[in-house]
Write a protein that binds this ligand. Sequence first.
Ligand code: NAD
Length: 475
Amino acid sequence: MTTLYKNLINGEMVTTDTTLEVLNPANEEVIGLVPSCGAAELDQAVAAARAAFKSWSKTPIEERQKVVQGISKAISDNMDELFRLLTSEQGKPHAQAQQEIGGAAAMSGAQATLTLEDEVNEDSDTRLSRTRRVPVGVVGGIVPWNFPVMMAVQKIAPALVSGCTIVLKPSPFTPLATLRLAELIKDVVPAGVVNIITGEDNLGPLITEHPDIDKITFTGSTATGKKIMEGASKDLKRITLELGGNDASIVLPDADVEKVAEQLFWSSFTNAGQVCIAAKRIYIHEDIYDDLSAAIAEYAKHVKVGDGAQQGTAVGPIQNKKQYERVLELIQDAKDNGYQFLVGGDEGDPSGTGYYVPITILDNPPEDARIVAEEQFGPVMPLMKFSTVDEAIERANASEYGLAGAVWTSDVDKGVEVAEQMETGTVWVNEFMHLSPFVPFGGHKQSGFGAEYGKEGLLEFTYPQVITVKREAAA
Ligand code: NAD
């Protein structure tokens, strides 16, 4: 019998009459059932979060930090079960699933150490003014399918440290590991402080527009982010939006070809390219283009695409059918336009089971090719040639997105000079995808609104409140 994974509402594991099926993208088999919540269940979860907010917001921060440490421990203690479940619903290879679960434990443990101090604005003979940070209230968290556990935990941890309570909705494609985690933390977190409910996409707008939710923290596509901003505007909810990206890497002529080829490959193909901060456009200087593109293509030959639960698999399937079909469409468009393929160009076998797309690397397609101009979110990497650094920067910046980017060079000073001209929230020099719980992460332009991680991320769950006391003027 297929396992039913329950929701967490007010400290209880509960379900609904109707359920949704969750598939394994490696073989399209049903691997779990989850509750299909609507307005009634959402109301219950929000009411529980609102009731819990009263005491949770007044609980000393040291105790809130301890609870978040408890969540971190629950994840570490159940690492094995959680990463296997994650692979089965998300598709990523075991090693990458282990990294996600380990990362979620480490990230929540680290976020539990963040603090909220008052700031003194004025301390004079006439006045004492200080800014304190008060929790915003009940938070609605909405999460995508590419890093479901990491994204859930990176919303729950700062919400709780700041004194907020939360109602979290996983993606309908990948709710299982998150619901198993809900069960594991049920007795770690006071009732109502964390509520996790599942439903289809239409549960999202109900959360965004719920009158008793004070803030939305969302990770997902830019298109959905815009709808959330619109929905949240009705009662001026606070919002944090982590959205899509079309991240560019610029490889300068002095980069060490042998050294960077493998790293560039993984900057694009980790999690089958389904990473918001994956390199989705790679600009290589013409002096090294032929050598570097050949080295990347050679490396790609040894990378195995397959079921993430099988040993040796390095790139898993696409997570869901809709995204699979979109990636195939982009590859077909490149073929129809006669663009050259260094690797792949085969659209896979849509009639077979599992959403597998072969590694695909394009050889210098034009800037207006769909595969360059759009966020592919799949195992597809366009390599493009440039002549001058100014030209590469201009092409990299010619995007509505501004999430992240990277510069590869042997000259770190030059790398930093180029990085500072890129219009993105994060730019790495000679590495990629490095995130830290202590460093703010957020997008420029249409890649986001606000930040997660670090002090800045924590403050997004608070309002500043200024307390000013008039003092008698000194005699
Ligand atoms: P999505 O926007 O389709 O869905 C994300 C979540 O929003 C899901 O839980 C979904 O059920 C919910 N949702 C759907 N419609 C909604 C609506 N109208 N109102 C409220 N919620 C709604 O995104 P996805 O396909 O799950 O994820 C892929 C996208 O996420 C990519 O664009 C990727 O770049 C982006 N992403 C961004 C970051 C980041 O940190 N910036 C991280 C991971 C993924």
